[in-house]
Design a protein around this ligand. Structure first.
Ligand SMILES: Nc1nc2c(ncn2[C@@H]2O[C@H](COP(=O)(O)OP(=O)(O)OP(=O)(O)O)[C@@H](O)[C@H]2O)c(=O)[nH]1
Length: 390
């Protein structure tokens, strides 16, 4: 395949990726999607300009085309870093891009030979590819075989691209070294760029898939609104403490908290303000807890808190502290300041408890608090403990 055809294949390949991305309709866009789309658009335009070399003025098909191409490569790497959760990478990448474009354009303005300009552009491109591969290679040990293969392939291709530039500059006289002809070097470099286009697309899509799978797995156990464990997550975390309760030692306490008249907040101020109150309540409660304690959302305005190695007396103190903190801290919404109170039921895990019996007891204490007028803490009946222990 001649070089012109390879350049056309690169232009068309990137164009078809742009078209696919244009028609890609998804509610959930992974982070980096916008950057990646822009990267593909830059590359499609740049390769098209490079293909038109000789037809359009040189300043369009040489400095401008290369500047756009390098921008596309830098954005490719940025997108992979954004997806890997490292937005900060752009701070380093963009200055490198600015420098590469500056040096390349300077070389063109000064009339340096094409071979030297190719060296500058190829080395810069190689650096951006290595940066992208590094993002893909994060958490290498936990990564899939496909992911590892892509990292290695991208690194190898980056090396070929950079080597193409260096060798072109070294062999400026147009003579190759034995079988290593200039044509072979150029062809290999462009073929590597073509394979890089494919590897990058696979790499990005693979990261997207892993990210959405991770998010789905997280949402199975975490409440999306308040970012604390949901009912399932909280039960999972509580199970070992229920098993440990059969052994002698300090008990684990459980507090169930329900905001009072929360429905009125939704009715009077709307659901978004209700959401704001729920989030604020979680923050208020967390501030009263130790690092080893765990708060979870059971549903609606009902939360549970586990306090490992805590007696019922101490748990009552913590619950009272939380009740006071909730009552003392009004939530500031856009058009209102909302005063909330909470009712709390407190118990400790007993040797023969199951999740059902434990929550039933805590819930009965909570209902007692509600019936007694709300904004109070009630401990589960100790008599029941005696009865169960016999
Ligand atoms: N804003 C918001 N409201 C929710 C959410 N989940 C449930 N709710 C509402 O929370 C309210 C729960 O009210 P309840 O706990 O049953 O009753 P209450 O008004 O708090 O009254 P008492 O508990 O008896 O003091 C209902 O109106 C639900 O629609 C949510 O994620 N966001």
């Amino acid at each position: 395949m001649d070089i012109k055809t390879l350049v056309l294949a690169l232009a068309l390949g990137n164009l078809s990726l742009c078209a696919a991305l244009f028609f890609y309709q998804s509610e959930v866009r992974s982070s980096g999607h916008a950057t990646w789309t822009t990267a593909k658009q830059c590359q499609a335009v740049a390769w098209a300009l490079l293909y038109l070399r000789g037809t359009l003025p040189d300043f369009l098909t040489i400095p401008l085309a290369n500047a756009i191409l390098l921008t596309g490569f830098a954005l490719d790497a940025s997108a992979l870093w954004e997806q890997a959760g490292r937005r900060v990478w752009r701070r380093y990448l963009l200055p490198v891009l600015g420098m590469a474009i500056g040096v390349y354009s300077g070389a063109w303005l000064l009339g340096l030979p094409a071979a030297e300009r190719i060296a500058i552009a190829s080395v810069a491109a190689g650096l951006f590819f290595v940066a992208g591969a590094a993002a893909l290679g994060r958490s290498w040990s936990a990564g899939s075989m496909l992911r590892r293969y892509l990292v290695l392939a991208m690194l190898a291709l980056a090396l070929v691209v950079a080597a193409r530039g260096v060798l072109t500059a070294l062999l400026q006289d147009g003579q190759g070294w034995g079988w290593l002809s200039i044509e072979l070097i150029q062809g290999a470099g462009l073929a590597a760029l073509y394979l890089m286009m494919l590897s990058n697309a696979f790499g990005y899509l693979l990261l997207s898939r892993e990210q959405s799978q991770g998010e789905l797995a997280r949402l199975e156990v975490v409440d999306a609104l308040t970012d604390v464990p949901n009912r399932r997550g909280f039960y999972n975390a509580l199970t070992p403490w229920i098993a440990l309760a059969r052994r002698p030692g300090m008990p684990t306490a459980l507090i169930i908290l329900n905001l009072d008249h929360f429905k009125r907040v939704n009715d009077n101020y709307g659901h978004p303000v209700g959401d704001l109150v729920l989030k604020a309540m979680v923050d208020v409660c967390k501030k009263q807890l130790r690092d080893s304690d765990l708060m979870g959302r059971l549903g609606g305005a009902e939360f549970a808190i586990q306090l490992p190695r805590t007696s019922q007396e101490d748990a009552l103190m913590v619950a009272e502290r939380i009740r006071n903190a909730v009552a003392a801290l009004p939530v500031k919404a856009e058009k209102a300041v909302i005063n909330m109170t909470a009712s709390l039921g407190v118990t400790t895990i007993r040797a023969d408890d199951s999740t059902v019996s434990l929550f039933k007891r805590a819930d009965e204490a909570l209902q007692e608090a509600k019936q007694a007028g709300r904004n109070r803490v009630v401990e589960a009946s100790q008599a029941a403990a005696g009865a169960l222990e016999i």
